[in-house]
Every structure is written in structure tokens, then in C-alpha cells.
Design a protein around this ligand. Structure first.
Ligand code: ATR
Length: 283
């Protein structure tokens, strides 16, 4: 029998850590598989996905900027994918059609609660950003029992749309970025913007957002997380967490869907953390 094929699609995709993570999980669990990175623009993606399926692809992860397209191409979607309006994991059903899921939010919550030992319950939470990443994590944060959720975004209409889609009017609210100073303090602040992936701009927000218990989390990792995490440290946040653990945990959720077993994530996380440390020190 030929080796089972899996892949991650995105654009750009060359620096994706997903092939490394899935290969490491497979080795730990003694499963033979091939997992490659496939570059596809939104225009190319439907044809590239069809080609992958025709060549025996059984499942794939999908990253920027294809998560909404993956949702549209799925014949069936999980409830969490529907709430996010985006898919990061596709599985080929017995009928050959794609089942779409979203493991990003579950990955974030698992990283924060299991790896970092944070109790999220009742935490007043500020979510910065209202794009695909924010939509992926917001429902899981609510399900994890956070208290009030306040969403701010550079473009306020997108924050309004995200809050409307969450369907929890008593608990989730959108506010203007310019009013950050008037929002009080938060026990959890999540940066889900892509601003740090841009042109080296810093991140700035009022110190009044932070209290003695605040955990600050960036869903990005590596260089893209540096501006927000630098602000969080200087603001005195009690915990400062990047998105590397979330990346490993969302991959583990996908691996469990495909192979029916959960991989151990700590060895892979430790390996990537060391790699990240060496890359940063090498700069
Ligand atoms: P992703 O899938 O990574 O979330 P996205 O859907 O393009 O990508 O969303 C990017 C998010 O980062 C949005 O919330 C965006 O704000 P806008 O909706 O106003 O575009 C936010 N973002 C990107 N660059 C930013 C910047 N320089 N300052 C503030 N927010 C920024």
C-alpha cells in the first residue's frame, strides 16, 4: 500500500512548520505518512486541492490566506468551523468529499490551559483583531468560560460583524480602538492581528488595560509576535505567551482527527522552542 498523503496549503508556505510537526508526531506514534507543503494562491487553491485529492490526498491543513476558501470548498463543516466561518483542517470522507473543521481555537485553549496552566474561567478578555485568526479563536475562548469578551479592530465594522456572528449579545461586545483607554482592565488580552507580520511597526496600547493578573497572548509566533509581546512585557503582564504552542496543539487536534490517536505534543513543542530561540539569537 502506498504511504498516506497529507499536506498544508497556503501562500506563502515555504516557511511553514506544519510538515516538521506532523512528521515528528507520526514518528512518535509509529505512523507512516507523507506530509508536504503546497503553495497555492486563492485563485489556484480549488484546482490544487482537487489535484491533491486525485493523487490520493487524505487530509490537509490550510493556512493564510485560504481558510475561508477551504470553508467554501468543504461539503460538510463542523460546528466550530461554521462559527469561525473558516477551516484550517480538511479530511476526505469515504465519498471523496471534504469535511471541514477548525482546530485553531481548541489549540489555543489547550495551550493556555494545559501547557501554561492558565484558568481562563471568568477572565474579562480583550480580543484585538477581527480577521480570520480572531474568528477562529473567539468561539473557543467563550466555550472555555471566559467572562466578558471585548473585541476591538482597526476597522470597526469587522469587529461588529465578528461579535454579531458569535451570537452572545450579553457577553461579547465590540468597541472602538480609539476608546481603548476607557475600557478598563482585562485578565486576558489576545492579539489576533497580522500587524506584526508587516513592516516592523511597534505595538502600542494603554497600560490601563493591564492588571496584576493579566495574561497576554499573541496567536502569532516568531518575529510576527515580537511587537505585541514586547509591549506586554513592558506593560507588566503576568504571563506573556506566543502562538508557538497553539500551532503545535492545533496540529495535534488535526492529527487526532486523521489518525484517531492524539500525539504527545511536549517533545515537539520543546524542539520548536529551541529552534525559535536559536533563530532569534542568530539575528
Ligand atoms: P488573519 O487570517 O491573520 O486574521 P486577516 O483576516 O487579513 O488575517 O485579518 C488581519 C487582522 O489584522 C485584521 O483584524 C486587521 O485589521 P483590519 O480588519 O482593520 O484590516 C488586523 N491588522 C492588520 N494590520 C494591522 C495594523 N497595522 N494595525 C492594526 N490592525 C491590523
Amino acid at each position: 500500500m502506498s504511504t498516506a498523503r497529507y499536506a498544508v496549503f497556503g501562500h506563502p508556505i515555504a516557511h511553514s512548520l506544519s510538515p516538521l510537526i506532523h512528521a515528528a508526531f507520526a514518528q512518535l506514534r509509529g505512523i507512516a505518512l507523507e506530509y508536504t507543503a503546497i503553495d497555492a494562491t486563492p485563485a489556484d487553491f480549488p484546482a490544487a486541492l482537487a489535484r491533491f485529492a486525485a493523487e490520493g490526498g487524505r487530509g490537509c491543513n490550510v493556512t493564510l490566506p485560504l481558510k475561508e476558501a477551504a470553508f467554501a470548498l468543504s461539503a460538510t463543516t463542523s460546528e466550530r468551523a461554521r462559527r469561525a466561518g473558516a477551516c484550517n483542517t480538511l479530511t476526505r470522507g469515504d465519498d471523496g468529499r471534504w469535511l471541514g473543521d477548525n482546530t485553531d481555537g481548541a489549540g489555543l485553549v489547550r495551550d493556555l490551559t494545559s501547557r501554561h496552566g492558565l484558568d481562563l474561567r471568568a477572565r474579562r478578555t480583550l480580543l484585538i483583531g477581527a480577521g480570520g485568526a480572531a474568528r477562529g479563536v473567539a468561539p473557543s475562548l467563550l466555550d472555555a468560560g471566559i467572562g466578558e469578551l471585548v473585541v476591538v479592530n482597526r476597522t470597526p465594522e469587522r469587529a461588529d460583524a465578528l461579535v454579531d456572528a458569535l451570537g452572545e449579545p450579553g457577553r461579547a461586545h465590540s468597541r472602538y480602538w480609539k476608546d481603548l483607554r476607557d475600557l478598563g482592565d482585562f485578565e486576558l488580552i489576545v492579539n489576533a492581528t497580522s500587524a506584526g507580520r508587516g513592516n516592523g511597526e511597534g505595538f502600542s496600547a494603554p497600560l490601563s488595560l493591564v492588571n496584576s493578573r493579566t495574561a497576554a497572548v499573541d496567536v502569532n509566533y516568531g518575529e510576527a509576535a515580537i511587537p505585541f509581546l514586547a509591549w506586554a512585557r513592558s506593560a507588566g503582564c503576568r504571563e506573556v505567551v506566543d502562538g508557538l504552542g497553539m500551532l503545535v496543539e492545533q496540529a495535534a487536534e488535526a492529527f487526532a482527527l486523521w489518525h484517531g490517536v492524539r500525539p504527545q505534543t511536549d517533545p515537539v513543542y520543546a524542539q520548536l522552542r529551541e529552534r525559535d530561540r536559536m533563530l532569534v539569537t542568530a539575528d
